[in-house]
Design a protein around this ligand. Sequence first.
Ligand code: ZN
Length: 402
Amino acid sequence: MPNAKVLSPGEQVAQRTITSYTLTPAQMVKSEGLYRTGIVLSFAYPALELAIVVAILWTRFGARLQRLAERASRNRFVQACVFVPLLMLVFSLLELPLEMYSHHLSLAYGLSVQRWGGWFWDQAKSAGLSIPVITLCLWGIYAAIRKTRRWWLRGWVVSMPIMAIMFFLSPVLIDPIFNRFNPLQATNPELTTQLQSLAHGSGLEIPKSRIFLMHASDKVTTYNAYVTGFGATKRIVVWDTTARDMTVPQTLFVFGHEMGHYVMHHIYLIMALFAVGMFAGFWLVSVLVPWMIERWGAGWGVATLGDWASLPLLIGVVTVLSFISAPLDSTISRQMEHAADAYGLQATIPVTPDAHQVAAQSFQLLGEKSFSYPEPSRLYVIWHYSHPPIAERIRFVLGNEK
Ligand SMILES: [Zn+2]
């Protein structure tokens, strides 16, 4: 009798012996297209943001918006509620075509299956969440600016608990607004037990209630799993695409990688690094922006840093600073990801026969699913890659590197 069973992508790749990351000619064409467009987009985003800032400054739009806010009320909080949302709306509308192009690309390459209606709804939801929070934060920051020269230190101190609260609440309050989550136990009880016993084998007790399945297939075709939250909200999330397409040993490796992030407390490390980055950012802004206003402020209609009209300039400086600091952020991230790869491999060796090969197969599958480019330029990797390139990860797990 012929075997009518259709093999899952994971089972298909499991029939191969992976010695290096390879793509079929058809996949390679897509991969090159995505890689090139990705490079252009990575420059286009900050360039567009800066162009908007320059246009706002040249046309003195910020000053006009400030007069509008001041006419609305003498109360600074009311002014913030007028100025900040309107300015954010201008940025969002002008950036919308690029965002749409990006989503169009994901659809065209088959990475996304989210229809435009749902996509626009997601954009609206994220604006609805971020606008009130940012308005409130900026109201506080501008109040501090008008009160003390050390506003940046005060702003940084206050932003720390806000950041911690966001990290803590986002898995329970924010993430469910965009995606559906269920305990993995409900749909994949066997897999959950195996994941738990893998964790147990590494001396880690992860309760079943901390392992979630995310219904990513509503929106995307790619694979992922991640660790999020801390303390009472810390959890491991596996995308349903991963659980559906990967074999159990492959999923165990992916889970082992995530366990690495969990065990090595990468979330706390990220928060600490974020705090350091924010400190430097606040201080640099407090030095650079007043200096720029002194030199060119008159032409832009910005009298002092305490004016609402200085906000576009602040945004411009932050954009430049984050572009400059991107290599540092990415390099730290790649280091953590590499450490998690090493952890995942070590964790699966005792339970998975030929764990090195299974890990390589997982990466091969991950790479070909998202058309990850086999040989990205070193400079681009340093600037933008949050994970080591797939080819490098495969070489590592096969033991050909480090
Ligand atoms: Zn990771």
